[in-house]
Design a protein around this ligand. Structure first.
Ligand SMILES: CC(C)(COP(=O)(O)OP(=O)(O)OC[C@H]1O[C@@H](n2cnc3c(N)ncnc32)[C@H](O)[C@@H]1OP(=O)(O)O)[C@@H](O)C(=O)NCCC(=O)NCCS
Length: 210
């Protein structure tokens, strides 16, 4: 599961935030930050002007409850710090954090935390926009980017057991159920069980287009 808080971005290792060397040989990105276009959505970098909308959408208790690190209430200034970290994370090849835009408006976030040959998905959609297929469209776009432009071998995602809608999003985006991970994360001071989903570059060749 990938999530967001004021200092960290969706499960990214602390080394990505501190500027320390990662545990693996990361690949610095030499290309510009990508823009991915779907049928309705545009995925592109966050800009400082998105901070207030992030605070409103990610600050909803229904979003925070299903993610590991998004604080509630959402602290003032946290979104600005979070957005400011994205460029360094991308350039270091550690994390690609996309703003999800619908007709120019920010509706959510999807990110891919990068390892040597794999990436872990994280995402949230603002509550007013739930149930319209936006998470599915955005995750499909990022899965295509991961196996295409980035050439990754494997994409994974994890969600709380209590969040089957997130599992359905990954299933619709071509990932397969891989199992339960008991006590794999900590939320609000308690160990929580996660459900793991994954796809390989080969198995994803039939992934539906966004
Ligand atoms: C989970 C979340 C990303 C889904 O976003 P969304 O844009 O509403 O998702 P989509 O519309 O693309 O697809 C949702 C699917 O889940 C299904 N679903 C919704 N509630 C469900 C439930 N309780 N059980 C099973 N499936 C459910 C929907 O019916 C839909 O599937 P369908 O198209 O087959 O009908 C969004 O609710 C969210 O941001 N939640 C809070 C943060 C979060 O959970 N992030 C993921 C962390 S791993």
């Amino acid at each position: 599961m990938s999530t967001q808080d004021g200092e960290a971005v969706d499960g990214v290792k602390s080394s990505a935030l501190s500027g320390e060397a990662p545990e693996w040989d990361s690949r610095p990105m030499d290309q510009p930050f990508p823009a991915l276009r779907g049928r309705r959505l545009l995925l592109e970098r966050f800009v400082p002007g998105d901070a207030e909308t992030v605070r409103l959408l990610a600050g909803d208790p229904g979003v925070a409850a299903m993610t590991q690190h998004i604080p509630h209430p959402y602290p003032a200034g946290a979104a600005e710090v979070w957005i400011a970290a994205h460029a360094r994370q991308f350039e270091a090849g550690l994390n690609v954090v996309f703003a999800i835009r619908l007709a120019g408006s920010l509706v959510g976030c999807v990110n891919l935390q990068l390892g040597p040959e794999e990436g872990e998905l994280g995402y949230w959609i603002g509550k007013p926009f739930w149930g319209q297929g936006y998470a599915t469209e955005a995750v499909r776009l990022v899965v295509g980017y991961a196996f295409g432009e980035l050439g990754l071998a494997r994409v994974t995602g994890r969600h709380l057991v209590a969040n089957p809608a997130s599992g359905r999003v990954m299933e619709k985006a071509g990932l397969a159920w891989q199992g339960l991970q008991p006590g794999a994360a900590v939320k609000d001071g308690h160990a929580i069980d996660l459900v793991l989903w994954g796809a390989s570059a080969v198995s994803a060749s039939g992934t539906p287009s966004a």
